[in-house]
Write a protein that binds this ligand. Structure first.
Ligand SMILES: [Zn+2]
Length: 264
C-alpha cells in the first residue's frame, strides 16, 4: 500500500477550503476557484461588449424606473465593491440579467409582465441575487475544474475568457450556447431576491404576482429568452410563498416602505 503523505493532504485541504465560500441569505457552501476581482473583471468585459451591441431604450418611464428600483436594491445588497450600473435596452424580448460587479440590464420586453416598481424590483433583485451569490463564478469554477488546471489557465489568459464569461453568466444573444442556470441557482436567486426587495421597502408579495404572471407566459410566448437561461421550476411560487413570512418581517422593518411603488 502506498504511503500516505500528510503534507500533500494538508495542501489539498487548504486548496479546497480556500476555494469554498458561503452564499449570503441561504448559507449554502459553494466551490469557487476564481476570486471576486477576477469575476468582476469578467463581468466588466462582457458588459462593454453588450453595451456596444444593444440599443438603449428612450422610453423615460422605463429607464427612470430601472434606475430608481436599481438604486434601492443595490443600496441594501451589501456589495460596496460593486460599481453599479442600470441599463434599459430596447427589445421585444423579455430578458434581464446582472453581471458580476453590479451591471444590471433590463430588456423592455419584460415590462409586458410588470405593472409596478415592486414587480420590477422582484426581477432586478432576483438578478442581483445571482450576482451576489456568485453563480457565474461558480459555473466558471465548475467548468475550470472539469477541464483541468492547465486548460483553465490558458482560458483565463486567452480569448476564450470573454466568451466563457458571457456563457457562464447566461448573457448575449450573439453567443451560440447559453448555459442555463441550474434549478438550485434559480431557487437561490429567488430566495435572495425576495429578501432584498423586502429590505429595499418593496412589498415582497409582488414577487409572487410577478412570477405567477411570468410562468403562465412561458407556455404562450416564444419571445421570452429569459426562460432559456432561467429554467422555471414548477414549485417556484410555492417556494416563494414559504419564504414570504421571513420576507414580510424584513419588509416591516424597512425604513422606507413603498408598497407596490410607482404603477405603470
Ligand atoms: Zn434566474
Amino acid at each position: 500500500m502506498k504511503k500516505f503523505c500528510p503534507a500533500l493532504l494538508f495542501l489539498l485541504c487548504m486548496l479546497f477550503f480556500s476555494a469554498c465560500s458561503t452564499v449570503p441569505y441561504t448559507g449554502r457552501a459553494q466551490f469557487l476557484i476564481i476570486s471576486t476581482a477576477e469575476e468582476n473583471k469578467m463581468g466588466d468585459q462582457a458588459w462593454q461588449e453588450i453595451k456596444k451591441k444593444e440599443r438603449l431604450s428612450k422610453k423615460r418611464k422605463y429607464t427612470l424606473a430601472v434606475n430608481r428600483v436599481g438604486r434601492s436594491i443595490s443600496a441594501v445588497s451589501d456589495r460596496p465593491d460593486f460599481k453599479w450600473e442600470f441599463k434599459t435596452f430596447e427589445s421585444k424580448t423579455a430578458n434581464a440579467f446582472c453581471l458580476p460587479g453590479g451591471k444590471v440590464a433590463i430588456y423592455t420586453g419584460i415590462f409586458e409582465y410588470i405593472s409596478n416598481d415592486a414587480e420590477l424590483a422582484a426581477v432586478m433583485a432576483h438578478e442581483v441575487g445571482h450576482a451576489i451569490a456568485r453563480h457565474g463564478g461558480e459555473r466558471v469554477s465548475q467548468g475550470m475544474f472539469q477541464q483541468g488546471g492547465a486548460t483553465a489557465v490558458s482560458m483565463v489568459a486567452g480569448a476564450k475568457y470573454k466568451e466563457m464569461a458571457l456563457m457562464a453568466y447566461g448573457v448575449g444573444s450573439n453567443v451560440a450556447v447559453m448555459l442555463p442556470y441550474s434549478r438550485t441557482h434559480e431557487y437561490e436567486a429567488d430566495h435572495i431576491g425576495i429578501m432584498l426587495m423586502a429590505k429595499a421597502g418593496y412589498d415582497p408579495r409582488y414577487a409572487i404576482s410577478f412570477w405567477k404572471k411570468f410562468s403562465k407566459a412561458s407556455t404562450t410566448n416564444s419571445l421570452t429568452e429569459y426562460f432559456s437561461t432561467h429554467p422555471m421550476g414548477a414549485n417556484r411560487v410555492t417556494k416563494l410563498k414559504e419564504l414570504l413570512p421571513k420576507a414580510m418581517q424584513l419588509y416591516d422593518k424597512a425604513k422606507n416602505k413603498k408598497g407596490p411603488g410607482t404603477k405603470y
